[in-house]
Design a protein around this ligand. Structure first.
Ligand SMILES: Nc1nc2c(ncn2[C@@H]2O[C@H](COP(=O)(O)OP(=O)(O)OP(=O)(O)O)[C@@H](O)[C@H]2O)c(=O)[nH]1
Ligand SMILES: [Mg+2]
Length: 258
């Protein structure tokens, strides 16, 4: 079974219920875990309404709401959701998608396909590649800043080519998730990079290109009302430095120098 975590912070206005229910019918064997991260609006009521409607429409629907008493940020909220999901012995895959559905939930089927087709794959990342045949609607400024960010991170920290580290849609096998979500994250918004670093350390004797698969998304739409604040952007270079340091230490501890 796939456990799909959706972190929600003050999503009462932005959350598109119609869109959510249009996906739900097609997704069998998916357990939705909404993590309400200390929202101060009516997100709690919205999620409860969704849960009841989903059950009314389909008694087998699986929707869980985790209410965190205070706001801990996306990284910690996703981690809470994943740790909760891993307690279920039926869990084969865990995944997280943003609540604005910039990545449509229907993409999850492609994620599962690519991981099932090759059992060396442990992680699938949605990748916003603008190419013929895909519909990636992203503002020019975000596209270009994203490309610069990815290039810097690839060259300085990861030393491998990941086209899109920051896409909010990812899936992991149980075995991988049990390891990489064990420890809390350093950063609120760069935890995707921390996850990649943890994967590098965990599978250091294997070919990382076979472990991580980037799935080009068919559709991705920028939804606006981003919750990343300017203050968060300013913190990113220092957080990247901390992640880099931690990576070096973790490799040293495991006997490998970078
Ligand atoms: N748990 C938690 N989730 C948050 C917080 N802030 C944002 N989120 C969630 O993180 C996800 C992404 O937030 P967005 O505001 O869409 O981020 P974005 O800047 O639009 O990022 P892109 O969509 O990738 O461009 C959503 O599911 C939010 O609800 C927070 O403080 N805590
Ligand atoms: Mg968004």
């Amino acid at each position: 079974m796939v456990q799909l975590i959706i972190p929600c912070y003050n999503e009462a206005e932005r959350f598109n219920k119609k869109l959510f229910f249009s996906f739900v019918e097609a997704l069998v064997n998916v357990h939705f875990i909404f993590v309400n991260d200390g929202s101060t609006d009516t997100t709690n009521n919205l999620l409860e309404e969704i849960r009841i409607k989903a059950l009314n429409e389909n008694p087998d629907a699986r929707v869980t709401i985790l209410n965190l008493p205070k706001n801990v940020g996306k990284a910690a909220a996703v981690r809470e959701g994943i740790l909760f999901a891993l307690k279920n012995s039926d869990t084969e895959f865990v995944s997280y998608f943003d609540a604005d559905f910039s990545t449509p939930l229907s993409e999850i089927s492609n994620f599962i396909k690519v991981v099932e087709i090759d059992n060396r794959r442990k992680a699938v990342f949605g990748s916003r590649i603008k190419k013929a045949g895909s519909h990636i609607e992203r503002s020019q400024i975000r596209h270009y800043t994203g490309r610069i960010f990815a290039t810097v991170v690839n060259n300085l920290v990861l030393k491998i080519a990941i086209y899109d580290t920051q896409c909010g849609a990812k899936l992991f096998t149980r075995e991988c998730a049990e390891n990489i979500f064990k420890e809390p994250f350093i950063s609120r918004w760069l935890f995707d990079i921390e996850l990649i670093v943890r994967i590098q350390v965990l599978y250091q004797d294997l070919d990382l290109n076979k472990i991580i698969y980037e799935q080009p998304l068919e559709v991705w739409k920028e939804m606006g009302n981003s919750k990343i604040r300017f203050k968060d952007l300013l913190k990113m270079p220092y957080q990247l430095f901390l992640i880099y340091n931690k990576q070096t230490n973790d490799f040293k501890k495991s006997g490998r120098m970078v």
